[in-house]
Design a protein around this ligand. Structure first.
Ligand code: DC
Length: 224
């Protein structure tokens, strides 16, 4: 696992904290590969939701894994068995389904293995919940982003509205709390802040400020 020549930035944090927007920008600025691990969990959820699998049926979800192949397009799109599902994975229904199935150990084992492979020899920025703790414990830079849950719910709401999806604050607030609870309290690879991660509270930061702050840490490790 540690036998690699890569440089990795691990970005973890709860829902709506701005991880993906910051990681994507940073990867573009620094010429690194961006890997959105949440999209991979969402793709597994989409496959199962389309087939009508009960999200509480851990065995059925585990059995589906051998039929699922996930890949990324060069533009950070996600392919589920060759089909570009980048837009389909972004609904609230998928978010809810995903937070259930992401708790299942076989799902995590499959995706963690693929994520480690993707990071082996390149320069990557990977975001998720368990990147520093489980997927890439060797990452040279580990960032934990956090923000007030109310602000995170507001950001999620704006994000959904910008995509033209029906959303109201009360619902998004409730979903944020439920997903936080599931992400932090599941048995396998819960969201944790590791001791060696840099903690950044983004409650009062815009995207530019967030990117500038993380860039300082990454450049510190790249050029020393
Ligand atoms: O970051 P996101 O909202 O796209 O993540 C979707 C779900 O997947 C969320 O409930 C947390 C889960 N997830 C996870 O368990 N581990 C990861 N590395 C990334 C996402």
């Amino acid at each position: 696992m540690t036998d690699n020549t890569g440089f990795a930035v691990a970005i973890d944090g709860p829902v709506g904290v701005g991880k993906s927007s910051a990681a994507k920008r940073l990867a573009g600025d620094l010429g690194m590969l961006y890997i959105d691990t949440g999209a991979m969990y969402r793709a597994v959820a989409l496959y199962n939701m389309r087939r009508g699998t009960d999200k509480k049926d851990a065995e059925a979800v585990a059995a589906s894994l051998s039929d699922i192949e996930i890949a990324f397009t060069p533009a950070n799109g996600i392919l589920l068995n060759g089909e570009d599902v980048s837009a389909d994975i972004r609904s609230q229904a998928i978010a809810d389904y995903t937070s259930m199935i992401a708790a299942y150990e076989p799902v995590r084992a499959k995706l963690t293995q693929q994520q480690r492979r993707l990071a082996e020899n390149g320069h990557v920025i990977m975001d998720g919940r368990d990147i520093a703790s489980q997927v890439l414990p060797w990452a040279q830079v580990k960032i934990y982003l956090d923000a007030d849950p109310r602000i995170r719910a507001e950001r999620r709401l704006r994000e959904l509205q910008a995509k033209g999806q029906p959303a109201e604050y009360a619902r998004v607030w409730e979903e944020t709390l439920i997903r936080d609870e599931r992400d932090k309290n599941r048995v396998h690879a819960p969201l944790v802040r590791t001791d060696d991660a840099i903690y950044i509270d983004t409650s009062h930061m815009d995207l530019d400020e967030m990117v500038a702050e993380i860039t300082r840490y990454v450049k510190g490790r790249l050029y020393v």
